[in-house]
Design a protein around this ligand. Structure first.
Ligand code: HEC
Ligand code: HEC
Length: 348
């Protein structure tokens, strides 16, 4: 593509500047989206973006807003750094997978009975989308257990989704479903127009009742948790190894960065890193968000400076903030508490 337009630009000698300057949607997609949604949009961690049933039910506004806002608290990031032209180029690339004409929806609200919609939702939707519309758990990518869903049901009780989807889009999605995914076509399952309206009204009502603990970003105290040790460096390291076992972690290895490599008086402070792991938690974390792998295994650094020994560990709460995934929040809280008890025990 790029090569062609470059060549024709030289050959023709005009109208090439604009063509070269236009952002390349395929390339932007490959860089920003393909890792999760698949090279050809066939899905993976993210849901498929190439299916005709998807394109037939979503308008360009929905794509634009979803890319911009992401789905806070879910794995789908917000791409606020992309320029307007770049987002439009990505949308053109997504639409290149579709032969038909995408819908255009009015922004008019759909009126319905929220209470009635709620009972329909509990009966027909909650099993997949969660009792409160919080979506399926994890990413669908698992390492040690079978997948619960071939495609993870997205969160509906989500500020990114609600800000992107017009009522008419939700109604059409319910009526037509998404052929090729588990999402049912309720229009063909005996739902009346009234049923559809009532469910849409209920989904819209999520906006007025933010989900506790979802889409919020954890308070992060600091990037590093640290604790002083009353012991010398060697004893502290040995204590950490014992405490690791007591807290259901497995010791992996120890790395010593000892002084002596540089002329006397210029040594770095003595530093040991203890690596450890809890394989149950590891699998759970990776299934929730594979990017966690970048920060594994767990490690505690012990440093000695002017006779004082300190234990340092990266604050796991920073992880869930970076990854914008509320499912990681609980796990990060759990791991933070474990780190604290390991360090407290080591300091005893
Ligand atoms: C058998 C599981 C299942 C059931 C039951 C189900 N859904 Fe879905 N739903 C899904 C999946 C999976 C997707 C993602 C489809 C895709 O990949 O395009 C989805 C997509 C959606 C979407 C589009 C949102 C988005 O971000 O893609 C809406 C809206 C939706 N469902 C609402 C509902 C409602 C309301 C009900 C009940 C009336 C319902 N669904 C029942 C599995 C289900
Ligand atoms: C880190 C993984 C990841 C990346 C990167 C990512 N997405 Fe997503 N995306 C997801 C997940 C997961 C969902 C489903 C949200 C949910 O589970 O609630 C999603 C949902 C979506 C949806 C809503 C689909 C529907 O059925 O309504 C669109 C549209 C979308 N992504 C487009 C993109 C585009 C375009 C890019 C690149 C600019 C991108 N995504 C990058 C993971 C990702």
């Amino acid at each position: 593509m790029l090569k062609l337009s470059f060549l024709s630009g030289i050959l023709l000698g005009f109208a090439s500047a604009a063509a070269l300057a236009a952002p390349d949607g395929a390339k932007l997609y490959a860089q920003n989206c393909a890792a999760c949604h698949g090279e050809a949009g066939n899905g993976g961690i993210g849901i498929p973006l190439s299916l005709p049933s998807f394109h037939a039910t979503v308008d360009d506004d929905y794509l634009r807003q979803t890319i911009r806002l992401g789905r806070p608290g879910r794995v789908m990031p917000a791409f606020s750094q992309l320029k307007h032209d770049e987002v439009e180029a990505i949308i053109r690339h997504l639409r290149s997978w579709y032969q038909g004409k995408p819908p255009i929806y009015s922004a008019a609200p759909v009126k319905g009975d929220v209470k009635r919609g709620q009972s329909l939702f509990e009966k027909h939707c909650a099993g997949c989308h969660g009792a409160n519309g919080e979506g399926g758990h994890g990413t669908g990518v698992t390492f040690s257990r079978p997948r619960d869903f071939p495609i993870m049901p997205p969160a509906l009780h989500n500020p990114g989704f609600l800000a992107s989807a017009k009522d008419a889009l939700i109604k059409t999605t319910l009526a037509k479903g998404r052929a090729g995914t588990p999402m049912v076509a309720f229009g063909q399952r005996g739902f009346s127009d009234r049923d559809l309206n009532d469910v849409v009204a209920f989904v819209r009502s999520f906006e007025r009742a933010p989900l506790a603990g979802s889409a919020t970003i954890l308070e992060t105290d600091s990037a590093i948790l640290s604790m002083d040790s009353p012991h010398d460096l060697k004893t502290t390291v040995e204590n950490i190894k014992l405490a690791i076992g007591n807290n259901n972690f497995v010791f992996i290895r120890e790395q010593k960065l000892e002084s002596g490599l540089v002329p006397e008086g210029q040594e770095a402070p003595a530093e040991h890193i203890v690596y450890f792991c809890n394989f149950g938690l590891l699998n759970q974390a990776l299934a929730t968000d594979p990017r966690v792998g970048l920060f594994l295994p767990c490690r505690i650094t012990v440093v000695e400076r002017e006779g004082k020994v300190k234990m340092l560990v990266a604050n796991p709460k920073r992880l869930s903030r970076i990854f914008n995934n509320s499912e990681l929040n609980e796990m990060c809280d759990q791991v933070t508490n474990m780190y604290k008890s390991i360090m407290e025990e080591a300091a005893l």
